[in-house]
Design a protein around this ligand. Sequence first.
Ligand SMILES: Nc1ncnc2c1ncn2[C@@H]1O[C@H](COP(=O)(O)OP(=O)(O)OP(=O)(O)O)[C@@H](O)[C@H]1O
Ligand SMILES: [Mg+2]
Length: 289
Amino acid sequence: MTEAAFKGTGLASGQQAPGRAGGGGAAGVMSQSDFAISVQALSHAFAGADGRAAPVLRDINLQVAKGEFIAIVGPSGCGKTTLMNLVAGLEPVQSGMVSVDGHVPRVGDRHVGYLFARDALLPWRTVLGNAALAMEIGGVDKAERNERAMSLLADVGLDHASHSYPAQLSQGMRQRVAIARTLATTPDLLLLDEPFSALDAQTKLLLQDTFARLWAHLSSTVMLITHDLSEAIALADRVVLMSARPGRIKRVFTVELPRPRSIIDLPSEPAFHRIYEELWQELREEVTR
Ligand SMILES: Nc1ncnc2c1ncn2[C@@H]1O[C@H](COP(=O)(O)OP(=O)(O)OP(=O)(O)O)[C@@H](O)[C@H]1O
Ligand SMILES: [Mg+2]
């Protein structure tokens, strides 16, 4: 595989996002509601130590197709989590526009699932109770939510621990419960902020693989923030590389490696290496800036 396997493209406003479902339509005729996420001319600032507004994000333009998996990489502090918070509606938009499924994002939207580095399980609930929590809040009846939670716990290899409490589990096991809880509501949009970063190398590989398998059966759009370039390339359809703060989109890499991908075998493939090298060269310039 040569150039076709790896196309880095500058991101222009209105650029069509590919997506698993084949996208559809020319960029010019697509409306905001055709995209899972549409970000236009987004800039953001926070008050610095001296009280003056310090820019964090600068002129971000990004269209994500329904069902597409994008990964965001960039140096620490470049505004990745801020961008995700704006997409989640957790942070008010100051300048520019963000829409999710054609609407202004709202906190607590039931069609959106979150997963962070630390699991945030409720300590007084069992594994099953935690896995079923989001469905319980969503009003799913008990028999149905327990059945679905047990099925997902089996998918993440934890059905045997359904009556345990979080304090009895390892970090990797807790994160598996959090994955089950997040996927149980079959969200249209999954926002994942470094979900595997707190895990040891082997557990991380296994969970990335489990997550990829489960996602393949969903139609969810995914926005994944990660510092792990292998993870970004192995999981995503496109990798968005951000510059150092204030974060701009420096480059967007389309990963045209066929699916299903084996996260464990992929790094030994030459096509993977080419993408990795080019991504790393560009990221290194930002990290050392
Ligand atoms: N609520 C806030 N008030 C003031 N400054 C903030 C706030 N949230 C984030 N920042 C600053 O904005 C910048 C971007 O933060 P953000 O958390 O988005 O970065 P990040 O790219 O996610 O970094 P990391 O990779 O370390 O998680 C940082 O300099 C951070 O200190
Ligand atoms: Mg962050």
